[in-house]
Design a binder for this molecule. Structure first.
Ligand code: DOR
Ligand code: ZN
Length: 347
């Protein structure tokens, strides 16, 4: 039985760090184990210019110190200036641009309604090699929430990719077998992130035996067959699939509410949970690719040259149930099964 794993330090290719007191409270949870992270721009107000991204990056670094590299993104709006995007990328301020369909999720009101209005930005991004990160859900009220990802692929994503040859795209936090199949059917300029929690929960976890607000996120977890398709993709060794935790903190009172916010906060125990999931699937040897190698390959960045050691213990490892922040307590994701793997060393 393998009880020790040494891997290049992982990266998180989709992370929400927020701002102010929340940022100060939760950023160390990611910086402890991850070398780099793609930072989501859905602040209030959103990060829409290169200057705002640079200022936000400095606020993150002030909390984490230089041992952690935030890879910044811009929030795409119908008013985004292609020249600002290209200049921010050329200056090394941003790594990618995030597309939120307006109304799809937390702080997405400034997102895109009419995709034709961002054509110019997408063309400029394709020319400059700047990846587009998609929140892949349609917002049409007629479309059932469990179908919104599959419909997005057909109505929005595939047409955008056909109209913009050369555009590198990441389907963020995929939740369906439809998304897995679409990525597998396309060339390597399309990748997908998979979260920790979508490898663990299905929709029953949210709804059976009482509503569990801390399992509610967007895209919402789907039925078990979809979770299995995600797991199969994550452990397949296919480099188009890589970790993006979508760790998304909300204070407990905002989650445990009559209209609770979407987001699972997994930063604290993500690597423990993932090692357990991969071990249980008999695929420990594939963890390194998923958390440390496939993401850098997609983004054209080097694999981290520092390492991290995970060890399997005899009795379950425990984590704090919540992280106290100046913006209120944030509940840590409970996978619902014991965790025997823990990070023991970083070199
Ligand atoms: O569950 C989610 N939470 N999904 C998102 O797309 C946004 C995120 C957040 O910012 O809270
Ligand atoms: Zn997200």
């Amino acid at each position: 039985m393998q009880t020790r794993l040494t891997i290049p330090r992982p990266d998180d290719w989709h992370l929400h760090l927020r701002d102010g007191a929340m940022l100060a409270g939760i950023a160390p949870e990611s910086a402890r184990h991850f070398a780099r992270a793609i930072i989501m721009p859905n602040l209030v107000p959103p990060v829409v210019t290169g200057a705002q991204a640079a200022a936000y990056r400095d606020r993150i670094l002030a909390v984490t110190g230089s041992g952690f590299t935030p890879l910044m993104t811009l929030y795409l709006t119908e008013a985004t200036d292609p020249a600002d995007v290209v200049a921010a990328h050329a200056a090394g301020i941003i790594t990618a641009v995030k597309l939120y369909p307006a109304g799809a999720t937390t702080n997405s009101a400034s997102g895109v309604r009419d995709f034709d209005r961002v054509r110019g930005v997408l063309d400029a991004m394709a020319d400059a090699g700047i990846p587009l990160l998609c929140h892949g859900e349609v917002t049409d009220p007629e479309i059932d929430i469990f179908d919104r990802e599959a419909v997005f692929i057909e109505r929005v994503l595939d047409p955008i990719r056909r109209a913009t040859p050369g555009l590198r795209v990441v389907m963020e936090h995929i939740t369906t077998s439809d998304a897995v199949a679409y990525v597998q059917s396309q060339p390597a300029d399309l990748g997908a992130t998979i979260t920790t929690h979508h490898l663990v929960i299905n929709r029953n976890h949210i709804l059976v035996g009482g509503i569990k607000p801390h399992y509610y996120c967007l895209p919402v977890a789907k039925r078990e067959t979809h979770r299995q398709a995600l797991l199969k993709a994550a452990i397949s060794g296919d480099p188009r699939f890589f970790l993006g935790t979508d760790s998304a903190p909300h204070a407990d009172d905002a989650k445990e509410s009559a209209c609770g916010c979407a987001g699972c906060f997994t930063a604290t125990n993500t690597l423990s949970v993932l090692a357990q999931v991969f071990d249980d699937a008999g695929a420990l040897d594939r963890l390194e690719g998923f958390v440390s190698r496939h993401g850098p390959a997609f983004y054209g960045l080097p694999v981290n040259d520092t390492t991290l050691i995970l060890e399997k213990t005899d009795s379950p490892v425990t984590y704090p149930a919540r992280i106290d922040t100046g913006a209120g307590p944030v509940t840590v994701f409970d996978p619902g099964f014991p965790l025997y793997w823990q990070v023991t060393q970083e070199i």
